[in-house]
Design a protein around this ligand. Structure first.
Ligand code: PMV
Length: 335
């Protein structure tokens, strides 16, 4: 028996992926950009085992056995076995997969991104595969391709029909912008009612605003990449907030609407704008994935003041409104 364990972090997009031009291959309608985050409390840990004694492939997620026949899981497994460098006799052995997230699953905290990145990294190690693995992770969950790489990462939408050029590449390593910090404000750990896949499909079918967004994101992505390279926090923050707002506007423009944020999420948005206005500068940016939880991007020097303001308006332990998790961009998946 051979065993490999990996830990993979979540990534939080600052230019969002929302919309697929190919649902099966998971090919997006625009490029997206994220940071891969070092957060002790937000990662997936996956162990994969291969043995001649296993009768069938099996998977356990958070201690519960799941259906190995899941189409996305099968996509990943097929691609990995095709690229395997193991002798063919061993390649035919069955595998067992155990994966755990140390944070709420499917609550809009990028759990599937960390999960599929981790699974792909562990399988790639087990099957001795080298080179890009982001396309394999992408076929499990689109945004997972960005978690296979550290630092600030761009997922290129690509142009070929088979998706070989729809892959993630590092813009800069985390060390390029060591002052960058992240606060995840966990507003709710409930599972979202409309999954990203269903939400995206609905937006593709019904939102006119999404068609507008698809035309304008390419320009925004390039500006964001430039802001990251130049460590221009003001531009980085403004683009991040505008993109999150536009993504949620698209969700509301879908029919029936996908409502991911709640009243607390909206209060955090107001608070961030009031704070930036009060200090007459852009010191902190919010962004929301498909859920009510806020991710704040800010610089290290501003963390104490921002936490002070958050503690004042959302006092800890009072109604348990928000739980903070702190982190910073990191270099990548840990073996
Ligand atoms: O990869 P998925 O299917 O979980 O979709 C992720 C979508 C967003 O988190 C909302 C945006 C993004 O780019 O991560």
């Amino acid at each position: 028996m051979n065993t490999v364990t990996c830990i993979a972090p979540v990534n939080i997009a600052v230019i969002k992926y929302w919309g697929k031009r190919d649902e099966v291959l998971i090919l997006p309608t625009n490029d997206s950009i994220s940071a891969t985050l070092d957060m002790d409390q937000l990662h997936a840990k996956t162990t994969v085992m291969i043995s001649p004694d296993f009768k069938e492939d099996r998977i356990w997620l958070n201690d519960k056995e799941e259906d190995i026949k899941n189409a996305r899981l099968q996509n990943c497994l097929k691609q990995i076995r095709k690229r395997s460098q193991l002798p063919s006799s061993i390649n035919d052995w069955k595998i067992h997969i155990c994966s755990k997230n140390n944070f709420p699953t499917a609550a809009g905290l990028a759990s599937s991104a960390a999960g599929y990145a981790c699974l792909t990294a562990a399988l790639a190690k087990l099957y001795k595969i080298e080179g890009d693995i982001s396309t394999v992770a992408r076929s499990g969950s689109g945004s997972a391709c960005r978690s296979t790489i550290g630092g600030f990462v761009r997922w290129y939408m690509g142009s070929d029909k088979c998706g070989t050029d729809s892959l993630a590449k590092q813009i800069v390593p985390a060390s390029h912008w060591p002052q960058m910090r992240i606060l995840v404000l966990v507003v709710s750990d409930e599972q979202k009612k409309v999954s990203s896949s269903i939400g995206m499909k609905r937006s593709m079918e019904t939102s006119e605003l999404l068609q507008h967004r698809i035309k304008h994101v390419p320009e925004r992505v390039n500006k964001m990449q430039q802001a990251i390279i130049e460590k221009d926090f003001k531009n980085f923050a403004e683009l991040t907030m505008k993109d999150s707002n536009q993504f949620h506007a698209v969700c509301l423009d879908s029919y029936p609407p996908c409502i991911y944020m709640n009243n607390i999420s909206n209060s955090i948005i107001n608070l961030v704008h009031s704070y930036n206005d009060a200090v007459n500068n852009v010191k902190v940016a919010y962004t929301y994935d498909a859920g009510p939880n806020a991710t704040l991007y800010l610089l290290e020097k501003d963390v104490p003041a921002v936490i002070g303001v958050l503690d004042y308006f959302f006092p800890p332990n009072e109604n348990d409104t928000i739980e903070y998790r702190r982190g910073l961009p990191i270099e990548g998946v840990e073996p």
